[in-house]
Ligand binder design. Structure first.
Ligand code: PGA
Length: 263
C-alpha cells in the first residue's frame, strides 16, 4: 500500500520554549497509541527549536525544517545547512514555500539548488509549488506549476527524484478559509505528474508523492485529499493543535482504501 503523508508546518509560531514543551507533551499524548505506519507524520518546526523537537517528538513523528541553505558551510550569515539539520535528526526539509517565495524573494533557481542540496545530504525535500490568484485569474496556473516543477527537478536523477515530495499549495488558498474544488486539485496533481513523467517516465512520476496544502482542516480532508487520490496534506494553522492534527492521521489511514481506488 502506498504511504500517505501528514506534514505540519508550524511556521513562526510557538514563541517561547515553554510553548514548545507544552506542544511536545500534547503531541506525545495524542499520538501515543498509534500503531499504524501507513501515514508518515512530519512536523516542520522553527529551526531554533529543532533540537527540542528532535528529542521531544514521539516515536514515529519525524522532525522537519522549514527551509535550508544550499551550501554546506562557510560565510553565510544567518543560514542553516543540510549537515546541521541532519545532525539534529531532521528527516525532511520544506523547500520553496510560498511565504519564502514572497517574503525572502526566493527564485526557482535558488529553490532548485536547495532541493539538490537536501537530496545530496540524504534528507527528503518537500517541494512547494503554487500559483498566485493573479496567475490563476490570468489562466496561467498550469504553466506556472509546470515551470516550478521543471525548474526544481532540473539535474536530479530519477532515483533521487523519487525521494522528493511535491506539495501543491495554491498561494491564494494559504492562510485563509478558501480551498480549491476537488477537481481543480486533482487537475493540478495531474499537471504535476505529467510534468514529472515527461522528465522521468510514468513509473517514476507515479512514485513521487503529491500532497495538497492550503487551509486544510480535518473536516475538509475528503475534499482536498481523499477523492482526488492525493498522497497526503501539508497543514499550516491546524498543525498548531496536536489534537486536531493527530485526528487527521486517523482519517488519512482509515480512508487509505478509497485513496488507492480513487473513490
Ligand atoms: P494553512 O497553511 O494550512 O494555514 O493555510 C498551509 C501552508 O502554508 O502550508
Amino acid at each position: 500500500m502506498k504511504k500517505r503523508y501528514l506534514v505540519g508546518n508550524l511556521k513562526m509560531n510557538l514563541n517561547a520554549v515553554a510553548d514548545v514543551e507544552r506542544y511536545l507533551v500534547s503531541m506525545r499524548k495524542e499520538t501515543s497509541d498509534r500503531s499504524d505506519d501507513s501515514v508518515e507524520i512530519v512536523v516542520a518546526a522553527p529551526s531554533i527549536y529543532l533540537e527540542r523537537f528532535s528529542l521531544g517528538l514521539p516515536e514515529g513523528v519525524v522532525p522537519a525544517a522549514q527551509d535550508v541553505f544550499w551550501e554546506k558551510e562557510g560565510s553565510y550569515t544567518g543560514q542553516v545547512s543540510v549537515p546541521m539539520l541532519r545532525d539534529l535528526g531532521v528527516g525532511y526539509v520544506i523547500v520553496g514555500h510560498s511565504e519564502r517565495r514572497a517574503y525572502a524573494h526566493e527564485t526557482d533557481e535558488e529553490i532548485g539548488r536547495k532541493v539538490r542540496a537536501v537530496l545530496h545530504g540524504n534528507l527528503r525535500p518537500i517541494l512547494c509549488v503554487g500559483e498566485t490568484a493573479e496567475e490563476r485569474d490570468g489562466g496561467r496556473a498550469t504553466e506556472t506549476i509546470a515551470n516550478q516543477v521543471r525548474s526544481a527537478f532540473r539535474d536530479i536523477p530519477p532515483l533521487s527524484a523519487e525521494r522528493v515530495l511535491v506539495a501543491y499549495e495554491p498561494r491564494w488558498a494559504i492562510g485563509g478559509d478558501t480551498t480549491p474544488e476537488t477537481e481543480d486539485i486533482f487537475g493540478m496533481s495531474t499537471v504535476i505528474r505529467r510534468t514529472l513523467s515527461e522528465a522521468y517516465g510514468a513509473a517514476v512520476a507515479d512514485r513521487i508523492p503529491v500532497l495538497y496544502g492550503g487551509s486544510v482542516k480535518e473536516a475538509l480532508l475528503d475534499r482536498v485529499c481523499l477523492a482526488p487520490k492525493m498522497d497526503g496534506v501539508l497543514v499550516g494553522r491546524e498543525s498548531l493543535y496536536p489534537h486536531e492534527f493527530s485526528k487527521m492521521a486517523g482519517v488519512l489511514s482509515r480512508d487509505g482504501s478509497s485513496l488507492e481506488t480513487g473513490m
